[in-house]
Design a protein around this ligand. Structure first.
Ligand code: SAM
Length: 323
């Protein structure tokens, strides 16, 4: 379907949980976050119902995220059922990769086509530090397991933070050169806890200078119609992508809406506007009426976000919004 600004909206990002098995410093405050009560989290049946409804509105692409989606019990069965819904053409997952060594083949068998893995550093000490306890070797193993399983493309998301991983950008470049991996460098967004770290923001232009790639002319996303610009230098098996939500935002081509784990439809990640669908899912409302609410929320998707003017304040973090 189209929104009021004639953008074609066909991509739904679904957060299936706010729980995570990591505690990344830029994502979660040190004191932790208040988890959503279990009863407010949508059941898989409820999510599947919304997916069916959304396909009738023309949604075709679905990304399952969180929190960490792979920690939710029953996720494989849910993915199998999702893949069977007529109209679901692209089923993807965003994960921190910790559970991929044991799950990559099962994900592929369940009908997941591709995977995005968040990996901000290749250094074991730094990874341990930024994730407050994670093991980078397991994630790296998960990356290669995903390639073996035939998930395609496998994308690596690297949030670039000044003074933390800027010196590692060339190592990630080497990874994309040697393997069919699509490494995307992402600008740090001032969301929740990260809004306190604006000085750590590194613009795309500076990343390109660090990598010696400022002369390359990027093409738009060749791998899924998303906001990244990709570069594939000669001899590379993979590619390098840049995602700039801040210095060059891509609202005019934004094609997505988000569903939070507790059933709120957010037409824009960076706007506080949201429509709760949980109650109507639970009070006997008919599919046609839910579809109408869904369509109205999409129609009212804001023209653009205002992160540059005003950070999203409060303690809501990516895992709660649906990163
Ligand atoms: N647990 C999954 C994972 O790690 O990919 C999915 C959820 S996680 C919140 C989704 C992505 O959001 C990760 O790649 C993470 O690095 C990114 N993220 C979190 N906070 C961010 C911020 N302030 N700016 C940019 N990206 C952020």
């Amino acid at each position: 379907m189209k929104d009021q600004f004639q953008r074609k909206i066909d991509y739904l990002r679904i957060s299936v949980t706010d729980r995570c098995n990591l505690r990344c410093k830029y994502c979660m405050p040190v004191e932790g976050v208040q988890w959503m009560p279990h009863e407010s989290i949508l059941s898989f049946e409820e999510i599947l119902r919304l997916m069916r409804i959304s396909t009738q509105l023309g949604f075709r692409r679905f990304r399952i995220t969180g929190g960490e989606p792979l920690v939710r019990k029953g996720i494989l069965e849910f993915l199998r059922e999702s893949a069977k819904i007529p109209g679901v053409e692209d089923l993807m997952i965003t994960t921190n990769g910790l559970l991929l060594p044991e799950m990559a083949f099962d994900l592929k068998a369940a009908g997941v086509q591709r995977v995005n893995i968040s990996l901000d550093t290749l250094d074991p000490e730094r990874f341990l530090d930024i994730t407050r306890g994670g093991d980078v070797a397991t994630v790296v193993q998960g990356v290669f397991r995903s390639l073996e399983a035939g998930l395609n493309p496998v994308k690596i998301n690297v949030v670039v933070v000044r003074g933390f991983n800027t010196d590692e950008l060339p190592n990630f470049l080497t990874l994309a050169k040697q393997y069919p991996l699509h490494v995307r460098f992402i600008e740090l967004m001032p969301i929740g806890i990260s809004s306190e770290h604006r000085a750590d923001f590194v613009p795309i232009q500076e990343m390109k200078e660090i990598l010696g790639l400022e002369e390359y002319v990027p093409t738009h996303d060749i791998l899924g119609g998303g906001p990244a610009e990709y570069i594939q230098p000669k001899g590379f098996k993979g590619s390098i992508g840049f995602i700039s939500a801040m210095s060059r935002h891509f609202c005019d081509t934004c094609n997505r809406v988000r569903l939070t784990a507790d059933g709120k439809l957010r037409p824009c990640l960076h706007s506080k506007h949201e429509v709760s669908l949980r109650d109507v899912l639970r009070n006997g409302t008919a599919d046609e009426d839910i579809m109408e609410l869904f369509a109205q929320a999409v129609w009212h998707k804001p023209a653009e976000h205002h992160m540059n003017d005003e950070a999203l304040q409060g303690r809501r973090v990516m895992s709660q919004i649906g990163g």
